[in-house]
Each structure stands twice: as C-alpha cells, then as structure tokens.
Design a protein around this ligand. Structure first.
Ligand code: COA
Length: 663
C-alpha cells in the first residue's frame, strides 16, 4: 500500500469492549467498517452499544452526522471471510491470548489481499511475536487504543522488529484520519509508553501505603492536589478495575519490565475487591457498579512527598527516551492524553528539578536496593551538565528566562517582548467568573503600560482554554443582574479587541461559550488539534452574552454563526479552521512554539504602525467604507510622525534590519 488514501474498507476482528469502540471511531471518520465476532449476541450487543454512544455524541454536538448514517457504515458479521476479504486495513481486538492472536493473524495473512496492513490492538503482547504468525511481518503493527476509544484521543502506534516505515507511516496517518492523536512507539517494549509509566506510578503509590508511610487517602490527596492528576492513584485503580491494573501490571512484569509487585493489588485481586464494579476496592461504593466520587480532602496529603510518588515514573520516561522508544514530545503527549496529566511527565521532571528527582531516586534506591529506582543514566548526565530543568533554563525542554506572577485566577508570564496570560482554574476548565474577568482586565491594563511587552498571548491551563462563563454563578441570578454581567463581560472583550498591542489567543483545548467569545475578541486564534469550539448557551436556554452574537457573524458569516449559535454544537479545530473561526491549527505539542514564533515576528514590527493598522481595520469594519477609509488615511498620516517610520526607511536604505522602539 502506498498511502493512507488507498484505505476504503476496514475490518475489525472482535466486537468486545475495545473492538466495538474502534469500529465506531472508524465509522464516524467515514470508513466502511466490517466487524467480526464469534457469536450473534456479541455482535448485537456491540451494535446496540455503538448506537447508544454515537447517539450520545450526536446529541452533545460532537458529531454532525445523524446516527443512522454512521450506523449504515458498520457491517457486523459472523462470517470471517466476508469481513476480511478485500479489507485494506484490519484491526484485531480479540482477547489478550497469544495463541489466539497468532491464529487470527495466520488466518488474516491467508485471507486478506497482499497490500493489507494487519494491526493489533494488544496492550500487553509482543507485536513481533504476533507478526511471526504471518508471511508479512513488515505489514503487521500495533495500534493501541485507549478505553473508551470514541472519547480517548490517544493511540499508541507500535513498531514490531520487522514493521516497515511505510506501514508505520500509513497507520499513523490513519489514526489521524480517525481524529486521534497518535504517538510512535519505535520499539516493541512491554507496556509501550503509557502502561509502563502508569504501572511504575501505581506501584510506587502502592508501596508507600504497603510500607505504612501514608494511607490510601493521604496518597490520593497528594496525587490529586499536589501533582494535580485528575484522580488519586487508588481512586483510579478502583475506577478502572483493580483486576485490570493487577493483570496489566503482571503481564508487563512477566515480559521483563522491572517492577516489584506491590502486595496490596494482589490482595484485593484475590479477595475479588475490584473497585467500583464490585462495590468495594480501596474505597467503598453504595453497590456494585454504582460510582460515587470518593471524598478525598485536600489537607490529607500534606505530609506525603509527591516527588517520591512521581520520581520512578519520571525515571521510566527517561529510560524510554534514552532507548529511543519514544520522542520527548510523544512521551509527554502520551502521558497528557493517555493518563490525563495536566502536563507531560518530562515537563513535571523539569519543574520538580532534575537534581531533586535524581536525589529522590537515589534515596529510594538506597532504601530498597531495587533496580527500578536506580536513576537512569540520562537523568544523571543531565545533572552533570547542569540541565536541571526550568530553574536552570534547560532540562528536557528549553526555558527562556521568564518571570512569573501567580494571581488568584491567572498566571502572568513575562517573556519580553511577549507576555502570556494563562487562565488558571484548570479543575473547573477555566470557567469564567466576575473575579477572573476583573483580574484579566487589570492585567491587560498593566501590560498595556509596559513598554517591554509588545505582544500578549492569552491561553488556558490544563485541558481547556475556557469552557465558558461559570454556570454555577447563574443559579438564582435576576434578569437585570444577568444583563449587567453580560455588559461587564462584553467590556473585557472590547478591551481585548481594541487593545493597543496584538493579542494572540492560544486555544489549547475547549473554547466554549464565554471562552469562545473571549477567543474571538483577540487578533488571532491559534488552536491545538484537540481543541473543541462552540457556543453551547442555547442548550442552557440562553444566548451568548459576551458579544458572541456580534463577533461570530463578523468572523465567519451570518449563516455559519447562526448554525453554531442555534445548534450549540461543538466543532473540532480542523472544522473551525475551514470556516475561519480559528486561523491556524497545530498538534498540541507544537502549539506553544508556533505561537511564540509568530508573536516574536509581530514583536519586531513597529508597534505604533501595528496599532494604526489594527485600528484602521477595526474601525473601518465597524463603520462603512467611507468612514473606514477616512480613519485609514488619518492613521496612515499619523504613522509618518513616528521615529519608527524614520528608522524603517533608514534601515531599508542602509540594507539592514530595522530596530523599532515604539516611538
Ligand atoms: N461552569 C462551571 N463549571 C464548569 C464549566 C462551566 N462552564 N465547565 C466545566 N465545569 C466544571 C465541571 O462542572 C467539572 O467540575 P467538577 O469536577 O467539580 O464536577 C469540571 O469543570 C470538569 O468538567 P467535566 O464536565 O467533568 O469535563 P468533561 O471533559 O467531561 O466535559 C465539557 C467538558 C466542556 C464538555 C463540559 O464541562 C461542559 O459542557 N461544560 C459547560 C460548557 C457550557 O455550557 N458553557 C457555556 C456556559 S454559558
């Protein structure tokens, strides 16, 4: 196969938890999907679950096609030959038994055309061994989805010993066509990237409790509130199923990963206390299958050293990087998207200081003598070279000298000539309160006065840019108060739209409701591939109140704006790009660098002429062309009074780069 465009028919073997989810993803991406399983009731059940899930995504506005159209592309069948014949790409998702998988792959090899790529969704078995059952190991590859596939953006693409680069590239492209974020795992190591790091982390957390250094709640509190992970370690084990964690850990260990098995998981597993599904795990639930968030107080984790919790996972990540198994960006993307960490594991390392990570590991190694705690040579080399992370300006990443101010709801990073304003209520998806908007307004005012700052970037911490106005503040609000809230919010958007310096909005995740409206007031919108945008107010029975009804039609035209505002649908970044709602889209790990590059380019331009250009465009569009042209010529004339104009012309004549001072 020469390119991903050849792929028309996809076959999924196995319609269980993962198989049906993968089939759904492929069908939503527009492919004809044939699904095989061994029993009628399994297929029936799978189709029902897919229908329910597609319906849910359609009602949330995440997908635009109707349910029947998507369903019409999925063909369940008990006839293996019918499913695989003529398939261009096969994804196998049968139970994790090596003999079974090898048998399936031998059959696939025999019954599919020679060009067909055969992918396995295994999470714990060696790709190369599965490939050995075929005569086309170059076309066998791992394609590891996460549960549930329709919601989890990450896919690990794993090369076996003989997988060709072309197979890897096509599979990577296919994952992108599925709307997923692939990462490349260059060597077939047990657990790949995500599970290796997860298992190191879970085992470390578990040993802290097993050694009576802290309780389950104390560890979970530190994980949630000090590390900022979405769930505590034991909360996550209960949620995922202790049986799953135990068995995945065991499988990885048996294949050679160095982990000392922590007895608590085994005890719970043997006692049948699997977590939420059995009503009891590390926490107690009202009844089997009924999930209630365990109560984990913030103060409980105070005495737990969170560095000890995360250091072994960092060590594992360093090993993966040094061995060339994953790139820095892919390892971080895998931990962010596969495990929901607010930042990648290597960024954590940089922020906790590499020397402190090494010291912690050395202490743990001394205490236990366990290989897995011995600091990886890469970490030690970094310490020797003075690459200690953010504090030294370089670690796994490079850090320009920045000064940072942490306010109540915002972080302001000074990186002259750029200032970054980060909305910082990540646990609430940066929902916008009056307090936050006030801080934002004041910060913008201060930065306006600061001559060293030429460009302002507005972005959000965590997985959202902003999911909109804080809905909890709407409860019991009177119509007049709501109108006043709207007015004050509009004023902040006006301040941004008419700001005297360029404002770039870096849309790192959700931009919904008021978040979308803030974003639309900036000069430019650069979005991450995983961003979702929309004006969902209609679903709350209200309408946009921060000038969304005004700016959106100006930006993308009346009908498109009406469609988004009337339906409340969320659209992904690539669709937003097509209709002009955002200006550029980048993979999440490249977004910040690209924004910085563009901001620096603008920062070199004459600030007063930039302002004149901005006002000419803004006032021109808001009035009629006669007034617009008048404003333009007045501002055109005004720029001739600046020193920067003289500098610009002089530099041109002297054939050098101009240096603009803003005077
Ligand atoms: N106002 C207040 N809180 C909000 C919020 C908002 N606009 N958007 C999200 N949150 C909170 C959630 O309540 C949740 O808090 P909790 O952990 O205390 O329960 C937290 O942020 C995380 O959100 P969650 O819904 O668990 O994340 P998700 O990834 O499953 O879903 C969204 C993300 C954005 C789809 C969903 O949160 C949503 O629909 N938000 C409301 C968007 C909206 O209607 N905005 C317009 C307001 S006018």
């Amino acid at each position: 196969m020469s390119s991903v465009d050849v792929i028309k028919k996809i076959a999924v073997i196995g319609a269980g938890t993962m198989g049906h989810g993968i089939a759904e993803v492929a069908a939503m991406a527009g492919y004809e999907v044939w699904v095989y399983d061994i029993a009628e009731d399994i297929l029936k059940n799978a189709m029902e679950k897919i229908k329910w899930s597609v319906g849910k995504l359609a009602s949330k506005g995440t997908i635009r096609e109707d349910v029947d159209t998507v369903m019409s592309r999925i063909h369940p069948s008990l006839n293996f030959d019918e499913v695989v014949s003529g398939a261009d790409f096969v994804i196998e998702a049968v139970p994790e038994k090596i003999d079974l998988k090898k048998k399936v792959f031998a059959d696939l090899d025999e019954k599919t055309p020679p060009h067909t790529i055969l992918a396995t969704n295994t999470s714990s078995l060696p790709i190369s061994e599965i490939a050995s059952a075929t005569k086309r190991p170059d076309k066998v590859i791992g394609m590891h989805f996460f549960n549930p596939p329709p919601l989890m953006p990450l896919v690990e693409i794993i090369k076996g010993d003989k997988t060709s680069d072309l197979t890897a590239r096509i599979t990577y492209e296919l994952a992108k066509k599925f709307g997923k974020q692939p990462v490349m795992v260059n060597k077939d190591v047990p657990g790949f990237i995500v599970n290796r790091i997860l298992m190191k982390f879970m085992s470390t957390a578990c040993w802290i409790v097993a050694n009576n250094k802290a309780s389950v709640i104390e560890v979970d509190s530190a994980v949630k509130y000090k590390l900022g992970f979405p769930m505590g370690a034991f909360e996550l084990a209960d949620y995922t199923g202790i049986d799953v964690i135990y068995l995945v850990g065991k499988a990885i260990m048996e294949k050679g990963a160095v982990i000392h098995p922590c007895p608590l998981f085994e005890e719970k597993y043997n006692a049948g206390e699997y977590g939420v599904k059995s009503g009891k795990g590390f926490y107690q639930y009202p009844s089997p299958g009924k999930y209630v968030k365990p109560s984990i107080p913030k103060e409980a984790g105070e005495k737990v050293d969170e560095l000890e919790l995360i250091a072994p996972a960092i060590n594992e990540a360093a090993w993966l990087l040094r061995e060339g198994i994953g790139s820095r960006d892919d390892i971080d993307k895998a931990t962010e998207l596969g495990l929901g960490y607010p930042k990648g594991i290597l960024k954590y390392a940089d922020e906790y200081d590499i020397d402190k990570v090494v010291e912690t590991l050395e202490r743990m190694y001394k205490e236990t003598g366990w290989e897995e705690y011995k600091p990886d040579p890469l970490l030690k080399k970094m310490v020797e070279e003075g690459k200690l992370g953010r504090k030294s300006g370089e670690g796994f990443y490079q850090y320009p000298k920045v000064e940072e101010r942490v306010l109540k709801n915002l972080i302001v990073r000074y990186e002259p000539p750029i200032a970054w304003i980060v909305l910082n209520r990540p646990a609430k998806l940066n929902a916008l309160t009056i307090d936050l908007l006030k801080e934002l307004g004041n910060t913008l005012d201060e930065l306006e006065e600061d001559d060293k700052i030429r460009v302002v970037v507005l972005t959000g911490a965590g997985k959202a840019f902003s999911a909109g106005a804080d809905v909890t503040a709407f409860v019991g609000i009177t119509p007049f108060k709501a109108a006043i809230f709207s007015r004050r919010f509009q004023e902040v958007t006006n301040k941004i739209e008419y700001y005297t310096k360029p404002v770039i909005v870096m849309i790192n995740g959700y931009a919904l409701g008021g978040g979308m409206e803030l974003a639309m007031s900036g000069d430019f919108r650069f979005a991450s591939e995983i961003a979702m945008l929309g004006q969902p107010e209609i679903n709350l029975g209200i309408i946009p109140g921060a000038a969304g009804t005004q700016r959106m039609p100006r930006l993308i035209g009346r009908s498109k704006a009406k469609e988004l505002i009337y339906t409340g649908d969320m659209i992904p970044a690539d669709e937003a790009l097509k209709i002009g709602l955002v200006d550029r889209v980048y993979p999440p790990e490249k977004l910040e660098d690209e924004v910085r590059k563009f901001a620096l380019k603008l920062a070199e331009k004459p600030p007063l002429a930039l302002l004149a250009a901005k006002y000419a465009i803004q006032f021109g569009i808001e009035g009629d062309i006669w007034r617009g042209e008048a404003v333009e010529s007045a501002l055109f004339g005004l720029t001739f009074s600046t020193e920067d104009f003289i500098e610009g012309v002089t530099a041109f004549m002297e054939k050098r780069k101009p240096k603009f001072k803003g005077k």
